[in-house]
Design a protein around this ligand. Structure first.
Ligand SMILES: NC(=O)c1ccc[n+]([C@@H]2O[C@H](COP(=O)([O-])OP(=O)(O)OC[C@H]3O[C@@H](n4cnc5c(N)ncnc54)[C@H](O)[C@@H]3O)[C@@H](O)[C@H]2O)c1
Ligand SMILES: [Zn+2]
Ligand SMILES: [Zn+2]
Length: 344
């Protein structure tokens, strides 16, 4: 193998440069992953546009990836050369209070591949072996690369304690909202009501299991009441990231319902909370961020066993050499729920 590799370096907001960079050398407890596919997500777009992690540039973004093991550090056990893998992108210290509770994002030493350090828009990445999850070779790389976004959705369902028979409203039918709908369907939530301003996105949500879709925000509350016996929904998942929608969410839940805080707002945005109503109705809001540990395993299991319809997510792909145009044109392709970069 060469001592260098091709990588897409985001040198400044809006500009990738394809460069030959040193190929990482795995440490004792690391493995080198030969990357096959990497998804582009909203966070990558925020980094690309200079709205997030700008202080870390120049860097190689990319965190929704899969590949095969190309080299093993001498201390690594239980993994083998050539094995297909997915990787938990969140690197905690592994020993602090939060890491031990699978709340790695609260770890004081937390790092994230492709966000706080170099990521996967490259031929290879070296990662701690403990974050590597072997994947079956029967599942194709375009599907395996969906493990990380699905893991975020799995974590949200877990944190909001969503179970079968619960009525759930999903605000936002983007790629992530679509995955929420699909997971809710497998859990057995009912009815599943989805709101998006885009008829195209709403229709895609219907295709994968939404019982009711609403594209007119003025009608949403009425529709939710109609389908929940006049009570409101057990759970509302905000999957857009607009603080006004968080406020609306509280008018869509039933007494004793939950708001799942998932869509990412600007830093410091606040929510006026009716304290007395929260107490008397026993309402709650539950945050969830990223997908890690068990969330990644569960997401991989769901993908492996065909519980997620991935067809809407695997239509658009670009070679690494065309990453700039993949990012430049992403906003113009609302019909592509996911765009992936193909590397090997
Ligand atoms: N908490 C986490 O772990 C986590 C993980 C991944 C993504 N996210 C966040 O989840 C959100 C959804 O991700 P995505 O990739 O699907 O985002 P996206 O921006 O691609 O999709 C958002 C969707 O919301 C729709 N929308 C916009 N305004 C609306 C409104 N007023 N009412 C209803 N729908 C509206 C848009 O038409 C679009 O289809 C983002 O905020 C993202 O940052 C959170
Ligand atoms: Zn992502
Ligand atoms: Zn830690």
């Amino acid at each position: 193998m060469n001592a260098t590799m091709k990588a897409a370096v985001l040198t400044e907001p809006g500009h990738f440069k394809l460069r030959d960079v040193p190929r990482p050398k795995p440490g004792r407890d690391d493995v080198l992953v030969k990357i096959s596919r990497v998804g582009i997500c909203g966070t990558d777009m925020h980094i690309f546009n200079g709205h997030y992690a700008a202080e870390n540039l120049p860097m190689i973004p990319g965190h929704e990836f899969t590949g095969t093991i190309a080299e093993l550090g001498e201390g690594v056990k239980g993994l083998s050369f050539g094995q297909p893998v997915v990787v938990d992108m969140n690197i905690g210290c592994g020993t602090c209070y939060w890491c031990r509770r699978n709340e790695v994002l609260n770890c004081p030493d937390m790092q994230q591949m492709g966000i706080t350090m170099d990521g996967a828009f490259a031929e290879y990445i070296s990662v701690p072996a403990r974050l590597v999850i072997p994947a079956p070779d029967t599942v194709s790389a375009d599907i395996l690369a969906l493990t990380e976004p699905l893991a975020c959705v799995v974590r949200c369902a877990r944190k909001a304690e969503i179970t079968f028979g619960q009525s759930v409203v999903v605000l936002g039918a983007g790629p992530i909202g679509n995955l929420h709908v699909q997971l809710l369907r497998t859990i057995g939530a009912a009815p599943i009501i989805v709101a998006d301003l885009s008829p195209e996105r709403a229709e895609m949500a219907r295709e994968v299991g939404a019982d009711v879709v609403v594209t007119d925000p003025a009608k949403l509350r009425q529709v939710v009441l109609e389908h929940t016996g006049g009570r409101g929904a057990d759970v509302v998942i905000e999957s857009v990231g607009i603080s006004a929608l968080y406020r609306n969410a509280f008018d869509l839940i039933r007494k004793g319902g939950h708001v799942a805080a998932f869509g990412i707002t600007g830093a410091g945005e606040t929510l006026p909370l009716d304290i007395l109503r929260t107490i008397l109705e026993e309402n709650s809001i539950k945050g969830s961020v990223a997908g890690m540990g068990q969330d990644m395993h569960d997401a991989l299991t769901l993908l492996t066993h065909g519980r997620i319809d991935t067809r809407l997510f695997t239509k658009a792909s670009y070679p690494l050499e065309e990453i700039q145009s993949a990012f430049d044109t992403l906003a113009d392709r609302p019909g592509d729920l996911k765009t992936q970069i193909v590397i090997h």
